[in-house]
Ligand binder design. Structure first.
Ligand code: AMP
Ligand code: ZN
Length: 437
């Protein structure tokens, strides 16, 4: 293929053997950093790894036990921190978690390396100097906003750090600054499309070329729909805060699944039941090890995301393997408009409210292009005899309590006891009515 844009051609097209050499060298380095944390010191010594030299080949990684989100929670806040806090320049957290968060630390070098991966990802899509980049992901503790922001500045795009929400303003901004590139969740992009024309601004008034879409699962059909409706190229972007955030894997100009940056991450796909490492092409749970983050090294992190790695190369000439789109989850995490929500977070909150009886249901569907979360709770009958204002106050309280925990405000419905479905076996608390196109 001609005209393939590279940020770092040497690394991106390195021979596999050279890449693996680099991975081994960096793996040893990261084991060294991990051994500085109380958590990994314990874990690794149980596996007979007490120094970087105990890892002699990439195969040896399989001796390292998996790390899970629970490990992060149980060792909150500093059990996985490998440096002095004075060296930490930034903290991020997983979206949707305000309970016991999974906190991620970055040194200045970590931010620099992460930014470079994003600059590489952005360049790989053909975006760069001269582009106007409207970053419609939320800023703050969520890694999506700031991550791409830094990468976009590094490649020299003009960055508009507008963040999420306020659709009218988004569309006006696209017109005023003739935005060419968007970073956005696929559901929000479809919603934005449905609002075009409301204020007399139509597609023809905009200069859009490309969108980076991620943070939530979506199908190839959704990508096509976005591309057709908006007449743009849409690139899938994958990442998770535990492994920095966006920039773990990104599509290149070929748009045939995402290159995992293998000089910065080791990707494995395992059988989620047995933990056995699967071959390329086989679907399973993605497990990631980061090779270049020293503040908080992450070894064999179980992402709970289901995917597979392509066995063959890519027409662009990059040698880094491609990851399929995310095909599902091995846990019950819901992703609602890009925000991660665990049903257990909802249960924990509502069961603390004395007026709430024992049965509840979490319902997710679509309103237009966006996801909609409704929490239905049964309350004690005597409450229905009181004033409407009392019920309204209770509904508001439940909504606010939930928002404080999951960061998004659900619709709350109050029901009489016995009115929500009960199942005889395992309770079916979550009903997800979103279409599976
Ligand atoms: P967070 O840690 O808040 O950034 O959330 C990370 C999770 O979001 C991942 O583990 C995935 O489940 C999901 N996610 C991120 N990017 C994508 C994507 N492109 N496609 C599907 N799911 C994604
Ligand atoms: Zn490629």
């Amino acid at each position: 293929m001609t005209d393939v844009p590279f940020w770092n051609r040497e690394v991106e097209t390195a021979e596999r053997s050279r890449l693996q050499q680099l991975q081994l060298q960096r793996l040893k380095g990261i084991i060294g950093w991990a051994l500085r944390t109380p958590f990994y010191k314990r874990r690794l010594s149980q596996a007979g790894i007490n120094s970087p030299d105990d890892v002699r080949s990439l195969q040896d990684l399989q001796r390292v036990p998996f790390t899970t989100k629970d490990d992060l929670r149980q060792n909150f806040p500093k059990g996985l921190l490998a440096v002095d806090m004075r060296e930490v320049v930034r903290i991020h957290s997983s979206s949707g978690t305000t309970g016991i968060p999974t906190v991620i630390y970055f040194t200045r070098d970590d931010i620099d390396n992460w930014t470079d991966l994003l600059a590489r990802s952005i360049t790989g899509t053909g975006a760069g100097v001269g582009d106007v980049f409207q970053n419609m992901m939320s800023y703050g503790l969520f890694t999506g906003g700031l991550g791409l922001h830094y990468g976009a500045e590094r490649v020299g795009m003009t960055v508009i750090p507008i963040g999420g929400g306020n659709t009218k303003r988004q569309i006006q901004t696209m017109k005023d600054f003739q935005t060419t590139i968007l970073h956005i969740t696929p559901s929000y992009l479809l919603h934005v499309h449905s609002r075009l024309g409301e204020d007399g601004i139509f597609r023809k008034d905009l200069a859009l070329r490309k969108a980076f879409i991620g943070a939530e699962p979506h199908s190839e059909n959704t990508r096509r729909k976005i591309q057709d409706l908006l007449q743009i190229e849409a690139y899938n972007s994958y990442g998770l805060s535990e492994l920095n955030g966006p920039g773990v894997a990104f599509e290149c100009v070929c748009r045939k699944d995402m290159h995992v940056w293998e000089d910065a991450y080791i990707a494995e796909v395992i059988d989620p039941k047995t933990g056995e490492v699967l071959k390329d092409g086989q679907e399973g749970e993605l497990v990631l090890t980061n090779l270049v983050r020293c503040a908080m090294p992450m070894l064999r992190y179980r992402t709970r995301d289901l995917a597979f790695l392509h066995p063959e190369g890519c027409d662009c000439g990059r040698t880094h393997r491609r990851l399929s789109r995310i095909l599902g989850r091995t846990d019950d995490m819901l992703i609602i408009n890009g925000v991660n929500v665990f049903p257990s977070q909802i249960e924990e909150k509502i069961m603390k409210i004395p007026e709430v009886a024992t049965n509840y249901q979490i319902h997710v569907d679509k309103k237009g292009a966006l996801d909609r979360l409704t929490v239905k709770v049964e309350i004690y009958p005597k409450l229905f005899l009181g004033e409407v204002a009392v019920l309204e106050a209770l509904r508001n309280k439940i909504r606010e309590d939930l928002q404080a925990s999951i960061t998004i405000a659900p619709i709350v419905e109050l029901h009489e006891p016995g009115s929500l479905p009960v199942s005889e076996g395992k309770a079916k608390r979550v009903v997800d009515d979103r279409p599976k196109d």
